[in-house]
Write a protein that binds this ligand. Structure first.
Ligand SMILES: *Cc1c(COP(=O)(O)O)cnc(C)c1O
Length: 375
């Protein structure tokens, strides 16, 4: 059994993907071009925003926004404590200070009550200037943007939606990647919409950002690449990756998003009363980048992982370490008591195989092993 079966997806779309890649090679146009333009239009339309700008990966997508918003030393950026390193890394990369916030135990997403407290604390201390909130749509579930937008308005902060895992999710029909002032996603192969390498995108309704980001991602170009009006980076999506994504985007819209939600429902039914299963709030849709259960202790979790492995079932721990405990952030000081939920979940979460091509027999096998162990 595969944790995320990219080969099954390829086998189903082999003809389309192979022809798309061959088309790019035949054209000998490897950077930019029609495939990239078409993809950006389709992504923007699907998400329901005016602009989509692709780039080299999800980390660059966030970095480009930090550059465009001129986030620098002395600025505070609020980031969940339970996420992939990148969400905090891009803040420190700019010389700004990430302020880590504990998460909500049910949704795994940023705790909005603790967020507001942390903003007030930064304001009282007076050392840093609060600038941006980066909610993460963890495991595919959108963060609570209704509450986050109220807080951002009250304190006049920007919101960057980190939807690296969230593409395809929604709240009351409004799609992930459309929340906040701008949103970003990643096309890393294992994400809900993945390519065959690295890729990323920025989404925004703010037209004033578009020219600036298009310049920043190509060496701070002015009229052209050899007219440079600011310091930028080199961050483009390869044409071959765009061609692959154009095929995968169709599969994602046609059935993959539905299929992961079918897997989620089957797991939840079969594991009801056995173990703590994911909670999807009313009106929310997850794109299930991960299906994550909670055990009662670290010992119970670690032993379950061993039992699954013995039956050939892969599982993963997202995440082993809270952000505030990463060595890279050791110069920042924290109050350990502020991270109760994250500290607990790092010890007790386990992500099970989850992808659109997971069959019911495999789901049954996973659930049988869990039941045999826990019941
Ligand atoms: C994967 C991921 C990123 C980074 O995306 P890359 O394309 O790998 O740079 C950022 N944030 C979160 C939450 C992620 O899961």
């Amino acid at each position: 059994m595969k944790f995320r079966d990219l080969k099954a997806q390829y086998n189903k779309y082999k003809y389309e993907i192979d022809s798309a890649i061959r088309g790019v090679i035949n054209s000998s146009r490897f950077i930019g071009g029609e495939e990239v333009n078409v993809l950006e239009k389709r992504l923007a339309e699907y998400v329901g925003v005016k602009n989509c700008i692709t780039c080299a990966n999800g980390t660059d997508a966030m970095t480009l926004l930090m550059m465009a918003w001129d986030i620098n030393e002395g600025d505070a950026v609020f980031v969940p404590d339970f996420t992939f390193f990148s969400t905090g890394e891009i803040v420190s990369f700019r010389g700004a200070t990430p302020v880590f916030i504990d998460i909500d135990r049910d949704t795994f997403n940023i705790d909005t009550v603790k967020l507001e407290k942390a903003i007030n604390k930064v304001l009282e201390e007076g050392k840093l200037t609060p600038k941006v909130i980066i909610p993460v749509d963890l495991f595919g579930l959108p963060a609570d943007y209704l509450k986050i937008e109220k807080i951002s308005k009250k304190y006049n902060l920007r919101v960057l939606e980190d939807a690296a895992q969230g593409f395809g999710g929604s709240i009351n029909g409004k799609k992930a990647c459309s929340f906040g002032d701008a949103a970003t996603t990643s096309f890393f192969p294992a994400k809900p919409l993945g390519c065959y390498g690295d890729g990323g995108a920025i989404f925004t309704d703010d037209d004033s950002l578009v020219q600036l980001i298009k310049s920043l991602k190509v060496h701070g170009k002015g009229d052209n690449k050899y007219d440079n009006v600011r310091i930028g980076v080199n961050s483009r999506l390869d044409t071959i990756q765009a061609a692959v994504l154009n095929v995968k985007m169709t599969a994602f819209m046609d059935h993959e998003l539905e299929d992961v939600n079918r897997v989620f429902k089957l797991y939840n039914e079969k594991l009801e009363g056995v173990v703590e299963t994911p909670v999807i709030p009313d009106g929310f849709v997850s794109s299930f980048a991960q299906y994550t259960i909670k055990l009662r202790s670290k010992e119970e979790r670690d032993l379950l992982q061993v039992k699954l492995k013995r039956q050939g079932i892969p599982s993963m721990i997202y995440y082993v370490k809270p952000m505030h405990k990463q060595d890279a952030f050791s110069e920042l000081s924290f109050n350990e008591g502020d991270f109760k939920v994250t500290n607990e979940l790092c010890k007790t979460v386990l992500s099970l195989p989850m992808h659109p091509y997971l069959g019911e027999e495999d789901i049954d096998l996973v659930c049988e092993v869990i039941k045999a162990y826990l019941v």
